[in-house]
Design a binder for this molecule. Structure first.
Ligand code: SAH
Length: 252
């Protein structure tokens, strides 16, 4: 079997944040699969076919790419950020697990990318400088009560929390509900960082307090980092504040 599939992270947006390995794997592919807007970020190359798909059809997209690779093509599947963070690498693994046995023999690689929370954290200082976790607020693939339990456990355990998929037109209330839960476990002044379209032309980074966080607009292109009780905001003259989580924590 000569076909192969590379699952590629495109980073948050800026071309400079794509790894050289990911760029090389992209250039080597004959066929590109992915969610349309992500494919649009890849410069066209003669002889490379494109197979855009809709946002919600991840398993179908994974199967289509695997079938093309199994037929002998050199295929790339693109994801924004890192393909292993709420993205296509898990869908591809799932399709392989449940697919025909020959898919297990394919040359499959995953090219990591800079995920949204790391791009946002870098803009602000080091809000993820101590223990942290990442959660998707989407309840498309898990029940909302599980999200609530995890938020409470993570905040109660002292993790900074990166929130992906905070809100959408179909899910307008989840982010406010999440802040309400977090307020039960964290001080009112806990820093909350919002990064919209980080590393893209429309980037906007905002620092708020947990008790005022609902006033900051957020959408599907926003990543939110809620600090821990130890996360600090350092004001700077004429510059945006630094937000960081100290490297050490007390409270054994
Ligand atoms: N695989 C992607 C995440 C996909 S889930 C990654 O590793 O970044 C989609 C969510 O990612 C969005 O709802 C948003 O919360 C976040 N996101 C992706 N790109 C972003 C960017 N450039 N700026 C801010 N948030 C982003």
């Amino acid at each position: 079997m000569t076909g192969r599939l590379a699952v590629i992270g495109l980073g948050p947006g800026a071309p400079g944040l794509i790894t050289p390995d990911a760029a090389a794997a992209l250039a080597a592919a004959e066929a590109l699969y992915g969610y349309g807007p992500y494919l649009d970020r890849v410069p066209p190359r003669a002889g490379q076919s494109r197979h855009p798909s809709d946002n919600r059809v991840e398993i179908d997209r994974a199967r289509a790419a695997l079938s093309a690779a199994a037929a002998g093509a050199s295929v790339a599947m693109v994801s924004g950020g890192d393909p292993g963070v709420f993205a296509m690498a898990a869908a591809v693994c799932e399709a392989v697990e449940h697919g025909p046995p020959e898919w297990r023999a394919l040359d499959l690689s995953v090219q990591p990318g800079i995920t949204a929370m790391l791009a946002l954290a870098a803009r602000a200082g080091a809000p993820l400088g101590h223990d942290f976790c990442a959660m998707s607020l989407s309840d498309n693939l898990k029940p909302w009560p599980l999200v609530e339990r995890r938020l409470a456990a993570a905040a109660g355990a002292g993790f900074a929390i990166a929130l992906y998929n905070p809100i959408s037109s179909a899910r307008p209330w989840q982010l406010g509900a999440a802040f309400a839960i977090l307020r039960n476990h964290l001080p009112a002044e806990t820093p909350v960082l919002f990064g919209r379209a980080v590393a893209r032309a429309a980037e906007r980074v905002t620092v708020a307090r947990l008790d005022g966080a609902e006033a900051v607009p957020a959408d599907m292109a926003t990543c939110v980092i809620v600090g821990s009780a130890e996360t600090r905001v350092v004001e700077r003259p004429g510059l945006p504040p630094l937000v960081y989580s100290p490297r050490s924590a007390g409270g054994a």
